[in-house]
Design a protein around this ligand. Structure first.
Ligand SMILES: Nc1ncnc2c1ncn2[C@@H]1O[C@H](COP(=O)(O)OP(=O)(O)OP(=O)(O)O)[C@@H](O)[C@H]1O
Ligand SMILES: [Mg+2]
Length: 234
């Protein structure tokens, strides 16, 4: 469904993504794992059209998304749950959800979907009028997820959803991601939490300094001695 071929991204003269190729299969969770500065966020931003692609191609189903503007990419069915949540801090929970639907014009459908989000995430429902900036980290992550879902994406990109969360909350976020997959949305999950991501994904890519260093099914990677030593601390 998503196919990225030989993607290169530069900031000024400095290339930070050096010809990366990967796929995200429909209805599955695919992970991209890597440490700080590996280029994970840059890859996701390139997919969303938020940083320019120097070379390579991005294909989504039959659509060529390479160098398309962000609004066109969003319209073709991609949404992102960004690094550090990036909720609108002074807007209420309700208004944040409304922002997630900015490309939609079906007012009744939007209201219906907001109510569905409140059913799925009861903690958000109790706080619907609270400024999003005053939510806990876990609540903000749930809000960022619900906001992304308001766009009704076919492919949802997650940038380190476990970042800064306690283990119990990471488990809740994992469950939410699993649930989104089970409802039919394809997921590309960027994580440093290798344990969590390999627990969710069917297939994963290891990104090191802007290159895919290794790839395989989660079972293969969990059993791999390099992954055990470098990423799982076994
Ligand atoms: N706007 C920018 N201008 C210049 N360099 C940048 C910019 N954004 C990122 N970089 C550089 O690109 C490289 C990859 O950064 P990126 O944020 O994609 O990594 P990451 O894998 O998401 O890291 P982290 O896990 O810390 O979020 C880093 O060396 C970073 O300094
Ligand atoms: Mg990042």
């Amino acid at each position: 469904m998503l196919e990225v071929a030989d993607l290169r991204v530069r900031y000024g003269n400095l290339e930070v993504v050096h010809g990366v190729s990967f796929r995200a299969e429909p209805g599955e969770i695919t992970a991209i794992l890597g440490g700080n500065g590996a280029g994970k966020t840059t890859v996701l931003k390139a997919l969303m059209g938020l940083v320019p692609t120097a070379s390579g191609t991005i294909t989504f189903g039959t659509q060529n998304l390479t160098r398309r503007p962000p609004h066109a990419i969003a319209r073709s069915g991609l949404a992102m749950c960004p690094e550090g949540r990036q909720v609108f801090p002074r807007m209420s929970v309700y208004e944040n959800l409304l922002m997630g639907a900015y490309l939609r014009s079906d007012a009744a459908g939007i209201q219906e979907d907001i109510e569905k989000m409140f059913e799925r995430f009861p903690r958000l429902s109790e706080r619907r009028l609270q400024p999003a900036g005053t939510l806990s980290g876990g609540e903000q992550e749930m809000l960022a997820i619900a906001r992304a879902l308001m766009a009704r994406p076919a492919l949802l990109l997650f940038d380190e959803p476990s970042w800064g969360l306690a283990p119990l909350i990471v488990e809740e976020v994992s469950q939410a991601i699993r649930d989104i997959k089970e409802r039919g949305t394809t997921i590309l999950l960027v994580e440093q939490n290798v344990q969590m991501a390999l627990g969710l994904a069917r297939y994963a890519y290891i990104l090191e300094t802007g290159e895919i260093a290794m790839q395989g099914s989660s079972e293969e990677l969990i059993a791999n001695s390099y992954i055990k030593n470098a990423y799982l601390g076994v």
